[in-house]
Write a protein that binds this ligand. Structure first.
Ligand code: C2E
Ligand code: CA
Ligand code: CA
Length: 704
């Protein structure tokens, strides 16, 4: 069986094609942790920035205040020195007593404040004074902050200095706010120069850093707690979603499976099969190979299902599916398309010998016994085949043709295979017609019972007869039972018709007795479906009662395959019938593949050797050995043996020599209608002339 996925567009159904579910937990974790980090950093930075902005603002204000105070105090005293300083060399300024005085003065003013350094620039940007004397004389003319301040703005900047000269020494790692403040003096507030004040804000920055750390820690802690709370919620949600996804996946798989596979056997169903068939036909056209289609119907499935129950029927179908799979290559497809009907698609064939081999293998495989619990069951199958492109059609009609060929196999005795040929479809429609006509036949009593003598080899006199049904069709004439019994069995009508044959046979047997003729035992064929219907025993009982025939004059002919399923309950019915006095015969003995061990258990009186064995005993050494063995087997079990289908004196001499109990066949008499049989009966029915007959005597034609 092809186990690979379907080529159908099942994307909306096919399992495993659900989009991968969103990884909720992972995404939540990544995004949340990133958010915690980013939020903490942003918030920390923001808090720090605000603090620093505020710090700068407040320091700037204090610097403005300080410089105003200084300006007021310094300017009156040192204005003339400052204004003329640009005429001096830097060294001269540095060593000038006024500079020292100014330095002292400023130091006194800023004592106790966090001022690290103060510089004074004239309007040209020259450093006229600096607490760090080395800087005196340097120009800031191109400095942007200076220029802005010179034009009236106050510019403050925070910076970090790893080293700065302040109060006569170098100090390290300081955060410094430097403010350029214009020096305004006089009534008109004219700008006369620029102060630069360096303030040490290291402790405040330290505080700000601490605050920032606290803010970050607080935010991180809060968000982490929130993260974990939500983590558990999200994890639960994630599991629920995953479970739901699993359920959905399974449901989708199941839907897909139900849509394309048979739930009992797990095989592809009709829909999938048709799709594969169409695909195989396309491939065959392209690659110039063949695609063979087999239509397989089980021959005795209904009986097994009826006799052993649906459970056993299901088990049987599963085992059949397994065996069919064992008969094909991987890449070929077995499917179950309905009840007991299977189809097989063989692809990429170069010749039809391959499909013939496969068909033969399947016929052989399905003829082997099946074990259903305690029961050993025998079935067989009928196969019809159509081959693409020989049947140059669409997929549907290819199936129809294989189906018609399957029906042909059924009609030709089952347990066989046939390739489609054009007349088979006609055959199919003929069967349909026949089925319709059978309903009319039942309603209009078109059935007849013929009788064929059974002659005892002890005295060569007829001691019994077999009742054989005929259908007197108004248009087609006398139709033999092989053509309509299978249809009656398939439609279940055999029960009604079989009961009619039983009654008709008993009535006639009794009538002849009433006419004073020596009593004969009438053998009636019983179909498996009839035998297994509930109330079969009761119907036999009531027919005997109704017709008044003594039970010892009724014989029921049952086939091996009818008896072998559910053997224990069969034995019960048989024992009840025997108790009633009815004789039981196994018909067509040797064809049912039954184990002799089973057959020994059956309470029967007679074995009737199938005529296929006797037909060939003269020419076929094997058949002769089997026939000899069957007769010895029957003698061993002290059963009567009937040889049927005797057409030649050679056959007759053989079975006489083998000490068969009685014989039946065209050599003695064909089945006769009731009037002809009546005549034969009354004539004494002595077949002694055949005793020691040397030559074959031409058979008489069947009457009616
Ligand atoms: P069967 O039970 O094996 O019946 C014997 C068949 O062999 C009969 O065919 C009979 O005409 C034929 N026959 C008898 N002697 C010779 C001979 O020398 N040579 C050849 N070639 N054939 C011979 P028929 O009447 O066509 O019946 C065919 C089958 O139909 C029967 O096989 C039996 O299975 C079934 N059948 C007949 N009547 C009934 C019936 O009333 N009920 C059921 N359920 N089945 C029936
Ligand atoms: Ca028979
Ligand atoms: Ca027979």
């Amino acid at each position: 069986m092809r186990k690979s996925g379907t080529t159908l567009d099942t994307s909306h159904l096919a399992a495993g094609k659900i989009p991968n579910s969103f990884r909720l937990l992972r995404n939540y974790t990544v995004i949340s942790l990133a958010s915690v980090i980013i939020t903490s950093l942003l918030l920390g930075t923001w808090v720090r920035q605000i603090s620093i902005d505020n710090l700068i603002l407040s320091e700037e204000r204090s610097n403005i205040a300080l410089t105003q105070v200084l300006a007021h105090m310094v300017w009156p005293q040192f204005a003339s020195f400052i204004e003329q300083a640009d005429q001096l060399e830097a060294e001269e300024i540095r060593s000038h007593a006024t500079t020292w005085e100014l330095d002292q003065f400023i130091n006194d003013q800023v004592m106790g404040l966090d001022v690290l350094k103060i510089k004074i620039y004239n309007l040209d940007g020259m450093t006229v004074f600096s607490s760090d004397f080395k800087q005196i004389g340097k120009s800031k003319r191109t400095h942007r902050s200076f220029m802005k301040s010179r034009n009236g703005q106050v510019i403050s900047k925070l910076s970090f200095r790893d080293k700065i000269y302040a109060q006569n020494e170098f100090i390290q790692n300081r955060n410094v706010i430097a403010s350029y403040v214009p020096i305004r003096t006089g009534k008109n507030n004219r700008i006369n120069g620029v102060f630069e004040v360096y303030k040490d804000v290291t402790p405040i920055i330290g505080e700000i850093n601490k605050t920032q750390t606290k803010v970050i820690a607080g935010v991180v802690t809060t968000l982490t707690v929130l993260f974990f709370v939500l983590y558990f919620v999200v994890r639960r949600a994630d599991r629920i979603i995953q479970e739901q996804n699993e359920v959905q996946k399974k449901v989708t798989e199941q839907i897909s499976h139900v849509a394309f596979y048979d739930s009992l056997t797990g095989l592809p169903n009709r829909v999938l099969f048709m799709e594969r068939l169409e695909h195989a036909m396309q491939v065959a056209t392209r690659s110039q190979t063949l695609a063979a289609l087999m239509f397989i119907d089980l021959d005795r499935f209904k009986q097994v299902n009826d006799n052993l129950g649906h459970e056993a029927g299901d088990q049987l179908l599963r085992q059949v599916a397994g065996r069919l799979n064992g008969c094909i290559r991987s890449g070929d497809t077995v499917s179950r398309i309905s009840g007991d009907e299977f189809t097989i698609l063989l692809e990429n064939l170069n010749n039809i010998e391959t499909s013939t081999h496969v068909a033969q293998r399947i016929v052989n495989q399905l003829a082997q016994p099946f074990h259903l619990g305690q029961n050993e069951v025998f079935i067989s199958c009928s196969i019809g085949m159509s081959v693409y492109p020989f049947c140059d059609d669409d997929a549907e009609s290819l199936v129809k043709k294989a189906d018609a060929a399957m029906y042909f196999s059924k009609q030709s005795g089952r347990n066989s295979y046939h390739y489609y040929s054009p007349d088979m479809l006609q055959h199919g429609s003929k069967r349909y017609e026949l089925e319709k006509d059978l309903n009319i036949a039942i309603a209009n009593s078109q059935f007849r019972v013929f009788f064929q003598p059974k002659v005892c080899l002890d005295d060569w006199v007829m001691h019994g007869m077999e009742a054989l049904i005929r259908w007197e069709h108004p248009e087609h004439g006398m139709i033999p039972p092989d053509q309509f019994i299978p249809i009656l069995e398939e439609t279940g009508k055999i029960i009604q018709v079989g009961e009619w044959v039983l009654k008709e046979s008993c009535q006639h047997a009794r009538k002849w007795q009433d006419h004073g003729l020596p009593p004969l035992r009438v053998a009636v064929n019983v179909s498996a479906i009839q035998f297994h219907q509930p109330g079969f025993y009761e119907s036999v009982h009531s027919v005997l009662k109704e017709t008044g025939l003594d039970a010892q004059f009724l014989e029921l002919e049952l086939t091996e395959s009818c008896l072998i399923d559910d053997i224990n309950s069969n034995i019960e019915i048989m024992q009840a019938l025997k108790k009633l006095g009815v004789k039981l015969t196994i018909d067509d003995f040797g064809t049912g593949y039954s184990s002799l061990n089973y057959l020994c258990k059956l309470p029967v009186d007679t074995l009737k050797i199938d005529r296929s064995f006797l037909r060939d005993i003269v020419s076929d050494r094997k058949k002769r050995s089997i026939t000899t063995a069957i007769i010895s087997f029957a003698h061993g079990l002290r059963l009567d043996v009937v040889a049927e289908g005797i057409e030649t004196t050679q056959q007759l001499n053989f079975v006489t020599a083998m000490r068969c109990t009685s014989v039946q066949g065209y050599l003695l008499s064909r089945p006769l209608n009731q009037d002809d049989f009546d005549q034969l009966y009354r004539s004494g029915s002595d077949f002694g002339y055949l005793k020691n007959a040397e030559e074959a005597i031409p058979a008489l034609p069947e009457t009616g």
